[in-house]
Design a binder for this molecule. Structure first.
Ligand code: APR
Length: 247
């Protein structure tokens, strides 16, 4: 819970749906493929062992795509709320649209497209990670043979299916501090991320924005305000209302 002299803490749990209107596809809305690929062939440790070149190229494409898209009104509304709230974003997204909209506290639960790490690093040691586009690795592409100073191949800093989620405890601690919680653009089907909602304190008001009412199924008892709308409309409306109430 926040100190009364400080800004109230607003925690946001975001998923692929918040970036949909920026032009990035979600995982579970379409044909079962992710940007035309079977996820098991591009986003698992087995895929990395079987065909690292294909996996690197898949993430190279995703990284190049980032340069073609912009944050949308929902990302921007959350960044603007920093004037009134201590806004802490916990995102399942590997894009950087929250940061580019101006949010300053963003925890990436499932990694970041613009970061790579040595393939023997379990994803915990942040000072060994390498920014794609930085001096060590100009990017945007990462290829076989791009290594750290020990000669260990670099891999995407992304949590693949079947891998542990090292940031989950930090995320749960963040949610436990929330005065207000917003869940936006996530199907709430992937654990442990979906379980984070249960770490909200008992007196925390919980809102969810999603155009698909099915997404709230199973979470009815913990969500107080369900806004059935795409993120750009729903988050903006909700943020306006919140600012009027608290501003
Ligand atoms: N605005 C808000 N929500 C939207 C929009 C929109 N414009 N369009 C779609 N959605 C909603 C869908 O209704 C769905 O509930 O976004 C959600 C997207 O769900 P998923 O594709 O399952 O994405 P997400 O919940 O982020 O997936 C979680 O699964 O495979 C992984 O690691 C990957 O982080 C990802 C995780």
């Amino acid at each position: 819970m926040s100190d009364s002299n400080e800004k109230p803490v607003l925690v946001v749990l975001s998923g692929a749906g918040i970036s949909r209107e920026s032009g990035l596809k979600t995982f579970r809305d379409g044909d079962g493929l992710w940007e035309g690929h079977d996820v098991m062939q591009v986003a698992t440790p087995e895929a990395w062992r079987a065909d690292p070149e294909l996996v690197l190229e898949f993430y190279n494409q995703r990284r190049r795509q980032l340069d073609e898209v912009e944050p949308n009104a929902a990302h921007r509304a959350l960044a603007a709320l920093e004037e009134v709230f201590d806004v802490r974003i916990v995102t399942q997204n590997v894009d950087d649209l929250h940061e580019r909209a101006g949010s300053t506290q963003v925890l990436h639960l499932h990694g970041e497209l613009r970061v790579v790490r040595p393939e023997d690093d379990p994803g915990l040691v942040s000072d060994e990670w390498i920014k794609v586009g930085g001096p060590e690795l100009p990017g945007p592409d990462v290829v076989l043979g791009d290594t750290d100073e020990r000669g260990v191949q670099l891999r995407p800093h992304v949590v693949w299916f079947g891998e542990a989620v090292p940031m989950i405890e930090a995320a749960a601690e963040t949610v436990a501090q929330a005065d207000v919680l917003l869940v936006v653009g996530t199907s709430m089907q992937v654990y442990p991320a979906a379980g984070l909602i249960h770490y909200a304190p008992a007196d925390c008001r919980v809102a969810m924005v999603n155009p698909d009412p099915e997404s709230v199924r199973g979470f009815e008892s913990v969500v107080h305000d369900f806004i059935v709308a795409p993120a750009s409309e729903g988050v903006v409306q909700w943020a306006d209302r919140l600012q009027q109430e608290r501003g």
